[in-house]
Design a binder for this molecule. Structure first.
Ligand code: F6R
Length: 614
């Protein structure tokens, strides 16, 4: 979703901002803009609908000098994507320029009050209301910009990360955040600002993550100063982030998504590194071990997540229940937060989020904490809001995921939840030693089996050609692979725009089988597991009605091969880990179909990588 980049120092701000905005493009956006303050104190704003490349064209020949500036990519919430609604927004007098991520929920009330005080508005955005509110307070109170921002934000209900600059104040950016990410990069007599540390990693690896309700006064002549909305000073806590630039580039692949799919042998290795002993198979997850009393006494685990992370959570639910015998509930974070859920102090709430910034998941975490539950995070992005808001957690360590469609994060999340279940199940005594060892050995073997699975890429590309023009797809799975079917369908719809539905295979005859005809292909996951024979019967029922079947089967399984029209054979591992292998051909199938349809694979329409608004 919206991205923020800012710079104040002694170099030209524009190249830093544009490079940062390019790095944020993967998050999804529909317009872009910059505001620059030049040495004479002139404030120039340039913005337009479209990509950062269009902004660059728009900037050609314009006065774009300045060693202080802010830039933005906007994902429309209030008001259509157009030049006027793009950020930065000027205040009425033209003295302030502001960029904003998030949603101001009470913007209508604030706007009406400002109109009564003589303000008028050019755009339909909530953000323009905020910049004018700051200006109004600045003028009526005769206070500093930072003070005006602080007072204004006390009146604001909603989520925001903002940055403001001011004509005649050429050394300072004022930034603030509430429920939307904001990080300040520390350089030598210079500062960088971003909604995502990865976008400014070229310049520094020292960062200060702003906390909710903090306002930062970022002045090139002074040390960083942070105040709370209450006016008290906040400590400045500098953290080091190790991230290599090559992780943010395509490395020879045509798309980030294909790169990330192919990285999975390595990302799973990174995810388990130092966590499973190759000699003894012992699993060590410090986040769990340090809080074992909580897990040993938990009456229930509630997992909250959205989208692909929710699918991973459904697999986690099955593994934890099987190995730990603790009841697990999986909730869409967006539903959980609004339905007054019953949360006890001996419940554990686990939040699963690749970005660690998903607004609904973050809100669910806050709700669970208020209710007194112990909250555990499974995130990928180090230092993200959810990682910081939880009591403890485990990073999946799969590296930056840039393609909007989540792939390596999904397999990392399932791997972490499998390791968690082993550690907790062992401590509880609910897990036989031989199962523990078989699964931990299975996890150690995943990188090799994933590498073997990826060799099917060409076969899947050929298959994708046959199905590129399908209008609908059904994905079927059972047991551990039912969530994989949901995930396969989500991958296809989000990047190819083909309608797809994931279902538990046995549900077909309760209604959906009516959809089956020669035009409705079915992807059936029929690997060797507890319900294998039953899935084969479900496949036969579809075949009998003229449906085309693509079956995902265990290597060497002839029976399934005979039942299907097309067969994809994958290696076999322990049952609970099969979704990690079976999801990979489905990622590739979605990828190739989308490529053949000419879709923008890494940035599908209407989608954003990091869903920071609800
Ligand atoms: C789909 C996808 C989304 C995310 C969802 C949650 O490929 O990526 O469904 O899984 O938006 O995002 P995180 O995991 O960042 O909380």
């Amino acid at each position: 979703m919206c991205g923020i980049v800012g710079y104040v120092g002694h170099s030209q701000a524009l190249p830093v901002i544009l490079k940062g905005l390019h790095r944020l493009e993967y998050r999804g956006y529909d317009s872009a803009g910059v505001a620059l303050l030049d040495a004479e104190g002139k404030l120039n704003v340039y913005k337009c609908k479209g990509k950062v490349a269009e902004l660059e064209r728009h900037l050609e020949g314009k006065d774009s000098f300045g060693t202080i500036g802010i830039g933005h990519t906007r994902w429309a919430t209030h008001g259509e994507p157009n030049d006027v609604n793009a950020h930065p927004h000027f205040s009425e007098s033209g003295e302030l320029a502001l960029i904003h991520n998030g949603i101001i929920e009470n913007f209508r009330v604030l706007k009406d009050a400002l109109i009564q005080n003589g303000f008028s508005f050019r755009s339909s955005t909530d953000s323009e209301v905020l910049v004018n509110l700051i200006e109004y307070i600045r003028k009526t109170n005769g206070c500093t910009l930072a003070e005006a921002v602080r007072i204004a934000l006390k009146q604001v209900v909603g989520a925001y990360a903002i940055a403001v600059i001011e004509k005649g104040n050429p050394d300072e950016i004022v930034a603030a955040k509430q429920s939307s990410p904001m990080v300040i990069g520390i350089g030598k007599d210079e500062y960088y600002l971003s909604s995502d540390a990865a976008s400014i990693i070229d310049y520094t690896n020292e960062f200060v993550y702003l906390n909710d309700g903090e306002v930062a006064i970022i002045n090139r002549n002074n040390p960083l100063h942070i105040v709370k909305l209450s006016g008290e000073d906040s400590p400045v806590d500098i953290k080091k982030l190790e991230l290599s630039i090559s992780q943010l580039e395509k490395g020879g692949y045509p798309h980030f998504m294909l790169k990330e799919i192919n990285e999975q042998p390595q990302t799973i290795l990174d995810c388990i590194r130092g966590r499973i002993s190759p000699d003894t198979g012992e699993v060590i997850l410090s986040g769990i071990l340090d809080n074992m009393d909580k897990f040993l006494n938990a009456k229930r685990i509630i997992i909250v997540a959205c989208g692909t992370s929710w699918h991973a959570a459904l697999i986690g639910e099955r593994i934890i229940e099987e190995f730990c015998r603790i009841p697990v509930e999986v909730e869409y974070a967006s539903e959980f937060r609004y339905r007054n859920p019953i949360i006890h102090s001996d419940d554990i709430v686990v939040a699963v989020s690749q970005s660690g910034e998903t607004a609904d998941t973050l809100a669910a975490v806050e709700l669970a904490r208020k209710a007194g539950a112990f909250v555990y995070g499974i995130c990928n992005v180090i230092g993200s809001s959810i990682a910081r808001a939880t009591d403890s957690g485990t990073y999946i360590h799969v590296g930056p995921e840039i393609g909007v469609a989540s792939t390596k994060a999904f397999t990392g999340q399932v791997t972490v939840m499998a390791m968690m279940a082993l550690v907790i199940g062992k401590a509880l005594g609910t897990l036989p030693e031989e199962t523990y060892l078989a699964v931990s050995k299975g996890i150690l073997g995943l990188p090799e089996l994933i590498a073997q699975t990826l060799k099917m890429s060409d076969q899947i590309a050929d298959l994708a050609k046959i199905f590129t023009y399908a209008h609908n797809f059904i994905y079927l799975g059972r047991g551990y692979n039912y969530p994989t079917a949901l995930e396969g369908a989500l991958k296809l719809k989000e990047i190819s725009y083909i309608h797809a539905e994931g279902l538990p295979a046995a549900e077909m005859k309760h209604g959906p089988i009516a959809l089956i005809d020669a035009e409705m292909p079915t992807v059936a996951i029929a690997t060797l597991d507890q319900t294998y024979e039953k899935t084969i019967s479900n496949i036969e029922e579809i075949k009998a009605r003229g449906g085309k079947i693509i079956a995902l089967v265990s290597r060497g399984d002839d029976l399934a091969r005979r039942s299907a029209d097309y067969c994809l054979e994958i290696p076999q591992t322990v049952e609970c880990l099969m979704p990690i292998l079976s999801s990979i051909p489905l990622q590739l199938l979605a990828y190739y179909i989308a490529v053949y349809k000419g879709r923008n694979v890494d940035q599908p329409r209407n989608l954003a990588k990091s869903v920071t608004v609800e």
